[in-house]
Ligand binder design. Sequence first.
Ligand code: SF4
Length: 439
Amino acid sequence: MSNPKVGFVSLGCPKALVDSERILTQLRTEGYQISPSYENADVVVVNTCGFIDSAKAESLEAIGEALAENGKVIVTGCMGVEENVIREVHPSVLAVTGPQQYEEVVRAVHEAAPPNLEHDPFTDLVPPQGIKLTPRHYAYLKISEGCNHRCSFCIIPSMRGDLVSRPVGDVLDEAQRLVNAGVKEILVISQDTSAYGVDLKYRSGFWNGRPVKTRMTELCSALSEMGVWVRLHYVYPYPSVDEVIPLMAEGKILPYLDIPFQHASPRILKAMKRPAFEDKTLARIKKWREICPELTIRSTFIVGFPGETEEDFQYLLDWMSEAQLDRVGCFQYSPVEGAPANELADPVPDDVKQDRWERFMAHQQAISAARLQTKIGREISVLVDEIDEDGDAIGRSSADAPEIDGCVYLSSEKTLKPGDIVRAVVTDADEYDLWADVK
Ligand code: SF4
């Protein structure tokens, strides 16, 4: 009997990507082949994103495409919690499951395309790192599920529940397997990385026969022993963040913090119910940079939140001038079905939102560009991501996370390949990217 083939479409954030990888790893263990095209697949799984309306629209479109091209479609992921919406548009989908319901997705696949029972997982090996949807040299490491906060614009806690941290030994074992399989950069993700272990009261687990606390600092310290780049995403400015800055200054983990601040005006932050924000944040950023001058801070913001006045917005712009963040994304507020913020008074008109978004972007672009200019002439490490059709290497520095930040265009006499880490001198910069000569 031949092994059935599964097509897979993975939409959404890195957390959804890790869910996709887990489902695929399980299916491969059972002997399923992963099909790169719709036509050859026996069934197609679409892992959806339901975070904002445009993501939902994209998910519905992807389901429609998979139905048109293949006809047998299973839907999972964040939008899966809205089964009725999906079934209204696409009544013929075979099954709908929500985020992290790995077993149910796998069960639905079994029904649609029964597994080859002759497959022996002990002889037909799955690679030790599992199935990765990222290139071989970097991988996302998910350390927890869910979130204990209740930000008023967000429906993730209602979809994914409260924080559940993975055992620290399991997380470190997974990281070690990834490194053994050739991964050069680990990107730590969760909904709230700095809260890791709160639900377990930071209890000690075991890794390599020694106790390690289930806590961000101890996790970072253990990861730093693996000799690869370690990058932290979705960190909130709790006091504990101060503890990882020295690890960054010592070169043990990348000097990079992805902190979704979302706003700066205390009034708006209160309405957003954002965690761990207080007016000393600017002073703390300054202190972090004193300890670790190389630190890159990335963040995202929302403009046009209900009740945001011109004064609040101006406060945000002034704060940005002070904070001098390196990498920034900005969204115009849009209501998400089921979010408490929908009930707030004083919605901001669309034209005002657009105007504020444009002013915010222009303001920040000038800051980002000026910060990148200061890198010209400096020597940096670059991880090569790809070689373009002209044979030139494109990579990223410690300041650039894949997909969301800039890149470094390299010129080199040596032949490079993805996964190489080289030293290079920066020769030029624009608003997002750098150009550098390999030494
Ligand atoms: S911290 Fe806030 S925005 Fe982030 S997942 Fe939790 S509730 Fe949502």
